[in-house]
Design a protein around this ligand. Structure first.
Ligand SMILES: Nc1nc2c(ncn2[C@@H]2O[C@H](COP(=O)(O)OP(=O)(O)O)[C@@H](O)[C@H]2O)c(=O)[nH]1
Ligand SMILES: [Mg+2]
Length: 266
């Protein structure tokens, strides 16, 4: 995984006029970065929150989040890079966010929220990467620009926000599952959280009705035949890495309800 650094984020924000902060609709508050937002306002850039992955939550939940997150300085667009929902609306909101032209748009967010997917959805099939000539509209040194329509360019490099704060998201997104030395505590926390919000999710994903997170991992390893060569004990680490991947792939299905976030915020 590429190293996330605040200095890079600052660079990207400064080069853009509009910043798209991509959030995972399953946990928008947990994937939101106040520090990024403060930086965006400090440099006088427009902020748009992209509630990505709305295909993974009920419509009511997506709309509630939109209502909660919208305020005077912040526009919110419900989006799914997977089912291509919200593409036209997002383009419209970008277009109307400022009169500045050329308009440069940066895509920023935590790992795995769908930044690359949002970039692909916005650029569509037709537009190829462009390297504008220095001095031409939209030219930015050192960064590839993609023209998404007349006068509007997308910075081709997503800004990966360094993980800080929230324990849950930092264990799930801070490192790729392969890089985690001990993935078991992270996977146990994930399973606990998942079962709290969707009591059926482990049964649906793995056909396992056990509720103790460690035992769930053991049973997954046994089911898949993952065992230590020596001694034959279940290879719980492998199960743990898979559970984390399954959250990113949404095989393990749950979301944080907006009502709960409101209680925490207020
Ligand atoms: N269900 C669903 N999955 C998505 C969506 N957008 C991205 N993903 C998945 O989320 C994972 C991370 O996406 P990616 O674009 O690589 O995220 P990035 O790390 O922020 O660039 C991938 O497995 C994507 O297929 C979406 O709108 N819906
Ligand atoms: Mg990416």
């Amino acid at each position: 995984m590429r190293l996330a650094k605040w200095s890079l984020i600052k660079d990207i924000v400064k080069k853009a006029n509009v910043v798209l902060e991509v959030l995972d609709s399953r946990n928008p508050i947990g994937t939101r970065s106040r520090k990024l937002e403060e930086m965006t306002f400090k440099y006088n850039k427009n902020l748009i929150l992209v509630l990505n992955k709305i295909d993974l939550v009920p419509k009511r939940v997506a709309l509630k989040w939109k209502e909660i997150l919208t305020d005077a300085d912040v526009r919110v667009v419900c989006f799914s890079a997977l089912s291509k929902r919200g593409v036209e609306e997002l383009k419209k909101v970008i277009r109307c966010s400022t009169d500045k032209r050329p308009l440069r748009v940066a895509v920023v967010g935590y790992p795995k929220v769908g930044k690359s997917s949002v970039i692909n959805a916005l650029k569509g099939k037709k537009s190829a990467p462009t390297s504008p000539i220095p001095g031409s509209p939209g030219y930015t040194r050192g960064i590839q620009l993609l023209k998404i329509e007349e006068g509007i360019y997308l910075l081709d490099t997503p800004g990966i926000i360094p993980i800080e704060g929230g324990l849950f998201e930092s264990v799930i997104r801070g490192k790729s599952p392969e890089e985690l030395k001990d993935p078991i505590p992270a996977a146990m926390l994930l399973l606990e959280t998942a079962m709290k919000y969707n009591s059926k999710c482990v049964l649906d994903a793995y056909g396992i009705s056990e509720r103790d997170p460690y035992k769930v991992l053991e049973l997954i390893a046994i089911k898949r035949g993952w065992r230590y060569k020596k001694g034959g004990e279940p290879l719980v680490e492998e199960a743990a890495r898979n559970v984390i991947r399954d959250y990113h792939k949404a095989k393990l299905s749950f979301y944080i309800p907006p009502e709960e976030a409101l209680l925490v915020e207020k």
